[in-house]
Design a protein around this ligand. Structure first.
Ligand code: HEC
Length: 159
């Protein structure tokens, strides 16, 4: 009996830990050094946060308008060809409500570490099955990715 119950208990605990915990979202963006130090466990999939250097993203309220402006410009230059802002798929999924479907860390890891995400992250792989095109690495910096995230939040109606 114990042998059967244990995995269920573990699954239940990890389910709970997937819920966004606001009290944990306090750290600043990791620096490049953090990325290097994150070691082998950086390769381990975390369903909500994705795989990569981004472990915690601190969201600001209200939105940071400078980031929104920069994010808009990057979107137009590097993402618009494949992503619409409504819910319609172009080459990749439309961005409407992406910030509600995904954790901010997952979104930034998807932008910054797309090759690994497509190889190892279940959620990213589901998208690949749907879109049948691998999103190419867009060579954006961590700061750029954070700006795009702010633009996505604006697109989802946040103020
Ligand atoms: C050549 C087309 C292409 C370009 C350019 C592109 N993407 Fe993508 N993107 C995709 C595809 C296709 C997917 C779905 C996953 C897959 O199949 O690789 C995707 C998925 C995503 C997702 C996950 C969406 C979701 O619904 O969860 C995010 C976030 C994303 N892209 C961000 C970006 C950003 C930011 C840029 C610009 C810096 C960008 N993409 C540029 C093709 C593209």
């Amino acid at each position: 009996m114990k042998k059967i119950l244990l995995p269920i208990a573990v699954a239940a605990i990890s389910l709970f830990s997937c819920a966004p915990d606001k009290s944990k979202v306090v750290e600043e963006l990791p620096t490049h050094q953090d990325a290097k130090e994150s070691g082998p466990e950086a390769n381990q999939a975390d369903v909500t946060k994705g795989i990569g250097a981004i472990k915690e993203v601190k969201l600001t309220h209200p939105l940071d308008q400078e980031r929104v402006t920069r994010g808009t410009a990057i979107y137009e230059m590097k993402c618009q060809a494949c992503h619409k802002l409504d819910d319609q798929r172009l080459v990749g999924p439309g961005w409407k409500d992406v910030t509600k479907r995904r954790q901010p860390e997952w979104i930034m890891n998807m932008i910054l570490n797309v090759d690994v995400m497509l190889d190892k992250d279940e959620e990213a792989q589901k998208l690949l099955e749907l879109c049948l095109t691998r999103m190419p690495n867009q060579n954006v910096s961590i700061g750029d990715a954070r700006d795009i995230l702010e633009f996505m939040r604006k697109n989802d109606g946040e103020k």
